[in-house]
Design a protein around this ligand. Structure first.
Ligand code: NAD
Ligand code: DAU
Length: 360
């Protein structure tokens, strides 16, 4: 079996759902122990289709709880740890960085240490096959100018936000645990994900949800910042490839070959909604676009060079941005209850704090 951390969050839950789908096609689906603290971003409802499924063991807990993690490792004897758990929202890291250091740095450190002790106690094939797969971000590489080449795996780490600094620290710890102690690690650095079950504090789901609610669509600054968008199930497939065939100690960049300016994305979302769920007054959702104060230290451009994973492991994204965005908008339209359930009091407080109450 495998141990997944953060498997009730956006990417982790998609990974778990996809894992059962993808692995049951080839062999009996391999069980998953899913360790998640259920912060505001963790949502067990996303995993409701797995209720009663003995292959999925959900454990509510903290990756920084060494005793718990060690107990789970001894009890379940996973062949791999797939580490998603993190504080993940850049704007929250600007308002309150401490939780990012606690989970992304200290939590990853404690998880690595527990993994190392467990791995040292394995023998033979089990020891040789064990992997610690660390999920990181392209934000550790910093910001690119308009004409700079896309990030490769050897690009220096130049993190600019408390979030990306905490993820860079985690990447370095993962590297050090391999270099110093031989722990068989793999690291992936991916670009912005989007798709089903995306928490509506992030750009794409926030814009869809606000548009439908008749609220302003708050574009930071001039909206010309560029991200390289990756459909979440493409990311999940890439992670399975890395886990299966990745070379121990290596870093793999994962990207969608979809560089887009934020303002264009927001306009694309409005155009899709105009078609799929027209406003009652017949006007375009684009009228709701509002430019607001920029994010402090806002990175201008990210772009991933994914040649290494494509050449070495044969992975390529299946979705284009057009197909992925349409699926995402359709998913939000088809799942109003999931969206309503995550818009709790805590969610409303965050929106009010980040947007000064003007767009809540
Ligand atoms: P998310 O915020 O949606 O989910 C994070 C999950 O981790 C939640 O379920 C939360 O409850 C859990 N968690 C938080 N602290 C924990 C702790 N101390 N112990 C156990 N569980 C804890 O995040 P996401 O968007 O799914 O991102 C997953 C990973 O991928 C993160 O490591 C993030 O840095 C990385 N990443 C995300 C993106 C993206 O676009 N979303 C892109 C690149 C990399
Ligand atoms: O690049 C990978 C990273 O992508 C991940 O490591 C992070 O976990 C993930 O949150 C994401 O970070 P971003 O800051 O790029 O994503 P976000 O959705 O917050 O913002 C995307 C862009 O949209 C960014 O340039 C800021 C802008 N934005 C965002 C929000 C929430 C707006 O213009 N308005 C908004 O209201």
């Amino acid at each position: 079996m495998i141990l997944v951390t953060g498997g009730a969050g956006f990417i982790g839950a998609n990974f778990v759902l996809d894992w059962f789908k993808a692995t049951s096609e080839t062999k009996g689906a391999e069980p998953v122990v899913n360790l998640d603290k259920l912060t505001y971003a963790g949502n067990p409802e996303t995993l409701s289709s797995l209720q009663g499924d003995a292959r999925h063991v959900f454990v509510e807990g903290d990756i920084g709880d060494s005793a718990l993690v060690s107990r789970l490792l001894v009890q379940h004897k996973p062949r791999a740890i797939i580490h998603f758990a993190a504080e993940s929202h850049v704007d929250r890291s600007i308002h309150s960085p401490e939780a990012f250091i606690e989970t992304n740095v200290m939590g990853t450190f404690r998880l690595l240490d527990a993994a190392l002790n467990y791995w040292k106690g394995l023998a033979g094939d089990a020891k040789a096959a064990f992997r610690f797969l660390h999920i990181s971000t392209d934000e550790v590489y910093g910001s690119l100018s308009a004409d700079a080449p896309a990030f490769t795996e050897t690009h220096p780490h130049q993190p600019n936000s408390p979030y990306s600094a905490s993820k860079a620290a985690a990447d370095h710890l993962v590297r050090a645990y391999h270099h110093t102690y031989g722990l068989p690690v793999l690291t992936t650095n991916c670009s912005n994900n989007y798709g089903p079950y995306h928490f509506p504090e992030k750009l794409i789901p926030l814009m869809i949800v606000n548009a439908l609610a008749g609220k302003a669509l708050p574009v930071y600054g001039d909206g010309l910042q560029i991200r390289d968008w990756l459909y979440v199930t493409d990311h999940c497939a890439a992670l399975r490839c890395v886990l299966h065939d990745g070379r121990v100690g290596e870093v793999y960049n994962i990207g969608g070959n979809n560089e887009r300016a934020n303002i264009d994305i927001v306009k694309d979302i409005c155009a899709l909604l105009d078609q799929l769920r027209p406003r009652e007054d017949g006007k375009s959702y684009a009228l709701q676009i509002t430019h607001v104060t920029d994010r402090p230290g806002h990175d201008r451009r990210y772009a991933i060079n994914a040649a290494k994973i494509e050449c070495e492991l044969g992975w390529k994204p299946a979705e284009t941005f057009e197909t992925g965005l349409r699926k995402t908008v359709e998913w939000v339209l088809a799942n109003p209850q999931w969206i309503a359930n995550v818009q709790s009091g805590a969610y409303r407080e965050w929106i009010s704090k980040n947007y000064n109450g003007t767009h809540a």
